[in-house]
Design a protein around this ligand. Structure first.
Ligand code: CA
Length: 614
């Protein structure tokens, strides 16, 4: 087995003792809390021959339910019950052999922060800003270069590390607040000791440690606290399906069934439909769920109950530790689907007002709806996922806003997509987005047609659901001529000292980029206060003569969106919308503040009108 690092040796010796053939290298979770809804706690101990030792705990309120040993003698799992009245504090876990103590670990149960279980997750009153932390802002150049971890630091290389970090996000909270965002989702921040393209974070090599190039666990906790203080909800990006091939346990796996196919690479078939296909053979389902996403991402076996519990607790540990108010779950359909239901239900039991959003990248709303809480599935599958990423809507945007208007093209694509909402238990809790870190920038997707861009953004910021904007989309960042991920995730201008172009100050931005930034700022700040855009009703009229119109409204407020794809301006046909407008008379344009009678409201050629209807 791998020898203990010098740093860890100091840590262990300061808290415990080690004799001869035994050692204690890792304890996960490293601490826990009292007063959790679920009173069970599973602790994984890793160290040389630890399985030969007997653990003893003496602390009021804690009962050892079971000591579980696995194939590998370097692991020992302890299952505890923590009585609800157990006091916060530290206690010794002693490991003995033949009545001689060989090791001990000082374990701490912290008190939970006030109303921790009642925390409010992100919801449709929020607007999420998605950040690739390596590429956003370099707040601490001191953590840029860490050759001992691997990978290279080179801003001119789209696949290398660029130096962005958590401090950079903290430094940017004022900008994001001014822009009108209320929630932040960072691509994974946990350690990624991968030798290449580690910057994206999706090949985690330590589930309990923030990557030091982003900062420390404490820095991430400080970000969570700063978010809470400044009215932001922090969303953590998590991956239950796989770890990185450089994960520490890959060199000394607990058991042969910890990683699918005994830890040997077998490629998944990526056929996500087999999960709900009533005609799929077991072999196709097994290869989909158990095969590896890619060779560098070993596929974890969540049917192993110890691993399943490890992963669920890890998510709860980060929620509690970093003050999270949401989780975005990567490749949601790939892990064992029953485990994913256990995972989401365990989190929602502990935090009933929390929010979880899963990624199921399909154009088919049936595939997405299958995973949302309350879905009436033929096979009886029911998860506790409150939210899913609305890929079908994202996929409808480009044809909807760029195609010429015909019976079967143009606006009809977004209109018919929205008509699919009957399949979702809760369409108002879907996350909607024009682009994300895995696809071309929206401005590139619409071939840099600013009118189409503006229509798409106005649509996303007023539609039912929770809008998410990828960093830089607000200043028209693009990836012309390539869909390379490293280019899509280019550096945010102004995030590095001496950047000539600076999105924070506006220096070096073109007039069009400044206009786009102002559009986001106006609409996001307006949306924040406009309750009818959060949970108000939606009525949309079938596209007609190059015009598409929808309304959002509640008893007090009404907003009308008018998309005009014609080469002439459009004057609102009030009579057509009488059923919704009723006795309201005035239309106030949100973009320029002009007011007019509804029947005289005008939308310029190839543009979008956003009106408050009074
Ligand atoms: Ca840095």
């Amino acid at each position: 087995m791998k020898s203990i690092s010098a740093l860890f040796f100091v840590f262990v010796c300061s808290m415990g003792i080690s004799f001869g053939q035994f050692s204690l290298d890792r304890v996960e979770p490293p601490f826990w809390w009292t007063g959790m809804q679920n009173t069970h706690l599973q602790i994984m101990f890793y160290g040389e021959n630890i399985a030969e030792l007997s653990p003893i705990i003496r602390y009021d309120g804690i009962e050892v339910l079971e000591t579980v040993l696995v194939e590998n003698p370097n692991y020992l799992f302890l299952i505890l019950d923590i009585h609800p009245d157990t006091k916060a504090g530290s206690f010794a876990i002693e490991f003995s052999k033949d009545d001689m103590m060989q090791l001990y670990y000082s374990y701490t149960l912290n008190a939970r922060s006030e109303n921790s279980g009642e925390r409010q997750g992100f919801n449709n009153s929020d607007a999420i800003y998605l950040i690739t932390p390596d590429r956003f802002v370099n707040g601490d150049p001191g953590n840029d270069y860490m050759p001992e971890i691997g990978d290279t630091l080179d801003r001119s290389d789209p696949q290398a590390r660029h130096g962005g970090d958590i401090q950079g996000v903290i430094n940017s909270l004022q900008y994001l607040s001014d822009m009108g965002f209320t929630s932040i989702w960072l691509n994974p921040v946990l350690e990624n000791k991968m030798p290449r393209t580690s910057y994206h974070g999706y090949a985690v090599t330590d589930f309990y440690k923030v990557d030091p190039r982003f900062g420390s666990n404490e820095d991430y906790q400080i970000l969570g606290q700063a978010c809470q203080k400044n009215g932001f909800k922090l969303i953590m990006d998590m991956v239950m399906n796989h770890c990185g091939s450089e994960h520490w346990w890959m060199k000394d796996l607990p058991s042969n069934d910890w990683i699918h196919y005994g830890g040997n690479y077998v490629q998944t078939n990526h056929r996500r439909s087999v999960i709900h296909d009533p005609y799929a053979p077991e072999s196709d389902k097994e290869l989909f769920s158990n095969g590896w996403f890619v060779k560098s991402m070993p596929d974890m076996n969540q049917q192993n109950p110890l691993l399943a519990e490890y992963l669920i607790q890890n998510s709860i540990w980060w929620i509690e530790y970093a003050h999270l108010q949401g989780i975005r779950h990567d490749t949601h359909s790939y892990p064992d689907k029953n485990f994913m239901a256990d995972w989401s239900c365990a989190i929602m039991d502990e935090y009933p007002n929390f929010n979880l959003v899963g990624e199921e990248w399909s154009p088919n709303p049936n595939y997405v709806a299958y995973y949302q809480r309350g879905s009436n599935n033929q096979d009886g599958y029911n998860s506790c996922m409150p939210s899913m990423m609305d890929f079908p809507t994202q996929i409808s945007l480009v044809p909807g806003f760029t195609e010429p208007e015909n019976w079967n093209s143009g606006f009809i694509k977004i209109y018919e997509n929205l008509a699919n909402d009957f399949i979702y238990p809760d369409p108002y809790n879907l996350v909607i987005f024009p682009d994300n870190h895995d696809m071309s920038r929206f401005y590139t997707q619409v071939n840099e047609d600013y009118n189409a861009f503006k229509m798409g953004i106005a649509y996303i910021l007023t539609l039912r659901g929770i809008p998410q904007i990828f960093y830089g989309t607000e200043i028209l960042m693009s990836n012309p001529g390539t869909d390379a991920h490293g280019i899509i995730r280019s550096d945010f201008p102004g995030g590095w000292e001496n950047d000539v172009k600076n999105a924070f100050t506006g220096a070096g931005l073109t007039d069009q980029e400044l206009e786009a930034q102002l559009l986001f700022k106006s609409l996001l700040n307006w949306r924040k206060e406009k309750a009818c855009l959060h949970d108000g009703k939606l009525v949309h009229y079938s596209p007609k003569d190059g015009i598409y119109v929808f309304f959002r409204f509640n008893d007090e407020e009404m907003v009308m969106l008018v998309f005009n794809k014609n080469e002439e301006e459009y004057t609102v046909d009030k009579a057509r919308f009488q059923e919704v407008i009723k006795n309201r008379k005035e239309a106030v344009s949100v973009l320029d503040g002009n007011s007019s009678p509804i029947e005289k409201a005008v939308v310029p050629a190839g543009s979008v009108g956003i009106f408050e209807i009074n």
